[in-house]
Design a protein around this ligand. Sequence first.
Ligand code: NAD
Length: 260
Amino acid sequence: MLSGKTAIVTGSTSGIGLGIATSLCEQNCNVVINGRKQTEQTDKICADLDKLGSGKVLFQAADLSKLDHIETMMSNTKQEFGSVDIVVNNAGMQHVSPIEDFDPEKWDLLLSLNLSAAFHVMRLALPDMKAKNWGRVINVSSAHGQVASVNKSAYVASKHGLIGLTKVCALETAETGITANTICPGWVRTPLVEDQIVMRADKSGRTVEEEAKDLLSEKQPSKEFVTPKQLGDTAVYLCSDAASQMTGTTLTLDGGWTAQ
Ligand code: NAD
């Protein structure tokens, strides 16, 4: 379905980003994989992705909390593929602390990665999308883009901000063939969440699996984790013609979390 199109998926060396990159590769899209560093593991990930479809896979090492890295990633992509048709702003981090103890440097870093990086990638991709009169902006927010939890001030602020930013982009591109939407996952068992589960187990002395069950029961009524593949397939849907009039909205895959 996406043969001849080029996508950048930020933070795609693991978890949700890798799931989305996998689904896009399966649709024969050219896909730019991004992580902070090129390693043997990222080489293997790219080689495996490359086998999935007829599109090309390109790795771009870029720390997206740094503007010059984002600019280099975007210009390298343009040089390799001509332009970018699909951007998936997925890279993100978490830091857990009450507001009064929240390290200000962590606040700045988290906002720059979770929110400002998406702004810069969109800013640099939109001119080409406008020139082609086709584009897809897919921003990965969170259930925490719609509701809050304690001790996650920077994360909740950035994820709420990302939904607002996406709506502005949708309005600014409404009369073009570009759409901009947000995907809001609930709990997905990726390294980002595994760290939180292990922290809970360390504190409580219970097993990691017991803590994983509790984490789900507290927030996610389905009591099941959302999978990276489900999110990848949702991104593919957003790239389809069926979704061409869907813009400025949020697709929530959270097992009922935000219905409560
Ligand atoms: P993850 O830790 O598995 O993946 C994060 C990715 O971001 C990795 O590829 C990592 O290399 C990359 N990354 C981190 N810092 C970076 C930086 N400075 N520059 C470039 N890349 C960087 O986490 P995940 O759970 O797959 O999270 C992906 C996105 O989904 C995040 O934005 C997260 O907030 C969001 N999300 C996750 C969940 C969940 O339950 N896992 C739920 C809702 C939203």
